[in-house]
Design a protein. Sequence first.
Length: 330
Amino acid sequence: MIYQPSENRYVDMIYRRCGKSGIKLPAISLGLWHNFGGVDAFENFRKIIWKAFDAGITHFDLANNYGPPPGSAEENFGRILKMDFQSHRDEMIISTKAGWDMWPGPYGDFGSRKYLIASLDQSLKRMKLDYVDIFYSHRPDPFTALDETMGALASSVNAGKAIYTGISSYESGRTQQAADLLKSYNTPCLIHQPKYSMFERWVEDGLMDVLDDNGIGCIAFSPLAQGLLTDKYLNGIPEDSRAAKATGFLQLNEVTTERIEKVKKLNIIAQNRNQSLAQMAIAWLLKDERVTSVLVGASNVNQLLNNITSLANLKFLPDELHQIEKILKG
Ligand SMILES: NC(=O)c1ccc[n+]([C@@H]2O[C@H](COP(=O)([O-])OP(=O)(O)OC[C@H]3O[C@@H](n4cnc5c(N)ncnc54)[C@H](OP(=O)(O)O)[C@@H]3O)[C@@H](O)[C@H]2O)c1
């Protein structure tokens, strides 16, 4: 099938400036952690990428290890870029990362210069790209000096293999140190990628302020708590859900009765707002203008379209926020 991108792709999407940089990101970005690997159906995820681009989603987030098997999401994405997006590369922000376990031995994990630089070369080969737009340190490394890891990010930019640097899951103190180092190398940190959702709020405890002070953008990952913050698990665990799949990172023991009780109450508030729970969970993150983008996953086109519709209502009444807070803290 030949893909022809929608001419209206930039009409409805909201774009937010990423910190104080020159880059704007779509308020909703697409992540390829699950559902785009070698074990998944090619034509299904190819259509998800088409629909995303048609809706103005310009940012696609990958990492060296996404699959399974590790590396296969980058390979698949590279294939789709070649088949369908050859003349649209400059309309896209493509990111990748290194930091988690990728290859055997002491050089395929964490934050050494050796690992990051070798891994980015592998990622570029898999995606058949000359450069990525953002290269991230995927996680802090307690055993490697921060200037080695940040130096490797800076070198990648200087070598023309990445345009911007980013960090993921760094706590606020380390984020400040990383930001200072990257500034001193003239490759300022563009963006931080933390886990952030109604169920995971550590970023509110200082990180958002550090990002704001340093002009760094924020892209929230797992905004739906891997699907928990949707109507998916209201009546048990569907067979096709991430929690039920052997390759899914959402463990069955994370779908607790206590959480589902909260989800049921949140679902009622969402219904009163004429939104799905997924839409409300995304809007709840985007109500903070410092959140540049919400990085969703999707296992089919309908989920993605449902999530994008959240942009139609990002406003909350004080009473709604109060009720949500009561449920989350209850
Ligand atoms: N930096 C890091 O360390 C890190 C870690 C994790 C993720 N990430 C990034 O963040 C991205 C998103 O993470 P995530 O996939 O956990 O995000 P998420 O949006 O919290 O969860 C996505 C999953 O929720 C379900 N879902 C999505 N929309 C739905 C809807 N409208 N109705 C019902 N169910 C819906 C689907 O699960 P089913 O498969 O059950 O249908 C989907 O695969 C990743 O792809 C990756 O790019 C980064």
